[in-house]
Design a protein around this ligand. Structure first.
Ligand SMILES: *Cc1c(COP(=O)(O)O)cnc(C)c1O
Length: 366
């Protein structure tokens, strides 16, 4: 019996022709900020339905540069959740600001609008909304609350490429949005990559300068805080091959998630809140009481699991946090979440095996 791994891009990548576009980049002898990058930026902006896409080196840089673009800096406060793997927190610390964590909605596991409304009068410099596990947050409500207070919303779409509600895509609701193209993401390169998207012309212009030393033109540093963070031509060429398949891959992920959710409906665990278009099943995360026993039982049947994420941001040892808002739901969730294999190319037989292993754990006693 073969091991079922938690993540794999092998089968999704198989059958795609990467060699021809890579050869074209090699032959062009142009490796950074060339035509492939320009075309990918245009195609991705069009796919999401926004005016501007600025590609960068990875998703973490995207978050940092988006905050810098919004002029968030030293001493500022940024609202975020504490269950999303510390990525937003890393960016907040990198620009010298402080995270202000608020609680999650216990159903969707994304930022709770009521918790946001309760603290919005503290006038944070921005709100980061992570569409965690591929689930679109209650972003309409969040944007309404934040906009009324004049606070920009940054959507972290690193797990939610292509998630939509009423035809509107994640990343097109807030002021600005960030994506990662790490290989295992729903849209993944063959290395690191990231992007920032926005409809705001001035913001886009600023971020284009920030990703390249703060230049307005060669060797003229016109704005402070510049960096080097660029997507290279090879990764852009790969992403251009893969982007047209994104919706079909998301549909495959969702249909696996649906099979799981149907099979697990009566079992003693909590399931993802949606299997509709607003969920692109980046991760299929369930909540169980005895997570260690559950993981061990699946491991015995050669089904791999992982925990996204075991340590809440406000409990990470590297940073001291003066937490004020209650994070009760966040803390409870952190103890229970566990991820099951869910990705394009996972076969029906493998899905059956996962279902059997999970069902056996609950029905054959522990
Ligand atoms: C992966 C991820 C990031 C970071 O992206 P990198 O490209 O790995 O830097 C940021 N936010 C979330 C929610 C992620 O899942």
């Amino acid at each position: 019996m073969e091991n079922i791994v938690l993540f794999s891009a092998v089968k999704a990548n198989a059958g795609l022709d990467f060699v021809t576009p890579l050869k074209a980049v090699l032959d062009s002898h142009w490796y950074v900020l060339g035509n492939e990058v320009k075309l990918f930026e245009e195609e991705f902006a069009k796919y999401v339905g926004v005016n501007h896409c600025i590609s960068v080196a990875n998703g973490s840089d995207a978050l940092e540069l988006a905050l810098k673009g919004l002029s968030v800096g030293s001493g500022d406060s940024v609202i975020a959740v504490a269950n999303a793997g510390f990525y937003g927190s890393t960016a907040i610390h990198a620009v010298g600001a402080k995270p202000f964590y608020i609680d999650i909605d216990p159903v969707s596991l994304t930022i709770c609008p009521k918790a946001l409304a309760a603290v919005i009068e503290t006038k944070p410099s921005a709100v980061i909304v992570t569409h965690l596990y591929g689930q679109l947050a209650n972003i309409e409500e969040i944007v309404r609350i934040a906009s009324a207070a004049g606070v920009p919303v940054l959507e972290d779409c690193a797990q939610s490429h292509g998630a939509r509600r009423n035809g509107k895509q994640c990343g097109s609701f807030g002021t600005i949005a960030c994506f990662s193209f790490y290989p295992t993401k729903n849209l993944g390169a063959l290395g690191d990559g990231g992007a920032i998207i926005t409809d705001d012309d001035q913001l886009a212009k600023r971020i284009r300068q920030l990703r390249q030393y703060g230049w307005t033109q060669k060797y003229q540093v016109s704005i402070p805080g510049g960096r080097n963070s660029r997507l290279d031509e090879m990764q852009a060429a790969i992403l251009r091959v893969k982007l047209p398949h994104l919706d079909a891959w998301n549909e495959q992920r969702r249909s696996i998630a649906k099979r799981y959710s149907d099979a697990f409906a009566t079992l003693d665990m909590q399931l993802p809140s949606s299997t509709d278009e607003d969920y692109v099943a980046h991760l299929y995360v369930v909540r169980v009481k005895d997570r260690a026993a559950f993981a061990a039982a699946l491991k015995e049947k050669m089904v791999n699991t992982d925990i996204h994420y075991p340590i809440a941001d406000h409990k990470q040892p590297a940073y001291a946090v003066d937490q004020v808002a209650s994070l009760e739901e966040t803390e409870q969730t952190c103890e229970k979440v566990i991820s099951l294999p869910c990705y394009p190319g996972l076969t029906d037989q493998e899905v059956d095996r996962v279902i059997e292993a999970v069902t056996a754990y609950f029905t054959e006693g522990k």
